[in-house]
Ligand binder design. Structure first.
Ligand code: SF4
Length: 212
């Protein structure tokens, strides 16, 4: 059976799981959580964000000392490095008056370069921020995506090839990219885990590496 192209794969996931939720409509919440979630469970990020409540905004977070911020985000691990990254990211956002509209003066690639120049922001985090915070179509490739594609039967040499596979067939739309990422994440957490639950997987008929 020929492999599904990116559009068909997207339709399949959408039909299977339905329209996913969006990360957050608040750009700063996305940025803050995108750093926190590195190497920790999403539940820790949610708990920490809930404990910060209305104070999760650039002005309040930037007014905290490094130590205060570290204490606040400690449950998410790597808190010293993450606190430094959050401060640098907040400072960067401040250059745009903490306004999504102001970032529109820059191209997506310019914003991506700026984000990548911040210590602690790698490609995945930068793309998450571009898509969910600034509505820019920069396809996100993460460990769940790589694992699923490999098991499903696709063969790519590197992330660039993966990105081309998705972007050559999907129109450059941040909403679709955001949804696609979330669907793959959901699938990877629910069924295509490290130890996959193939017998329960809704995509098993099409998968090349299903368990016997
Ligand atoms: S059948 Fe198994 S390996 Fe294939 S996508 Fe589903 S969970 Fe992953």
């Amino acid at each position: 059976m020929p492999m599904l192209n990116a559009s068909k794969l997207y339709s399949l996931l959408l039909t299977t799981y339905g329209e996913p939720r969006w990360w957050s409509d608040d750009p700063y919440t996305v940025m803050f959580q995108a750093v926190l979630v590195q190497n920790t469970a999403w539940e820790n990020v949610e708990k920490t964000s809930a404990s910060i409540g209305e104070n999760l905004n650039p002005e309040t977070i930037y007014a905290l000392s490094q130590e205060e911020l570290e204490r606040l985000i400690k449950p998410c691990g790597f808190f010293k490095a993450k606190a430094r990254t959050i401060r640098a990211l907040t400072e960067w956002y401040g250059r745009y008056n903490c306004s999504r509209e102001k970032t529109e003066s820059k191209t997506m690639n310019e914003l991506r370069e700026e984000l990548l120049s911040i210590k602690g922001i790698g490609e995945e985090t930068a793309d998450v921020i571009l898509v969910y915070a600034f509505y820019r179509p920069s396809f996100i490739v993460d460990a769940y995506t790589r694992r699923f594609l490999r098991r499903f039967g696709y063969s790519f040499q590197n992330d660039e090839e993966i990105r081309k596979f998705f972007t050559s067939l999907l129109s450059a739309d941040a909403k679709d990219y955001g949804y696609f990422h979330w669907l793959l994440l959901d699938h990877g957490k629910t069924y295509c885990r490290k130890k996959p639950l193939c017998s329960f997987c809704p995509l098993i008929r099409l998968c090349k590496q299903k368990e016997d």
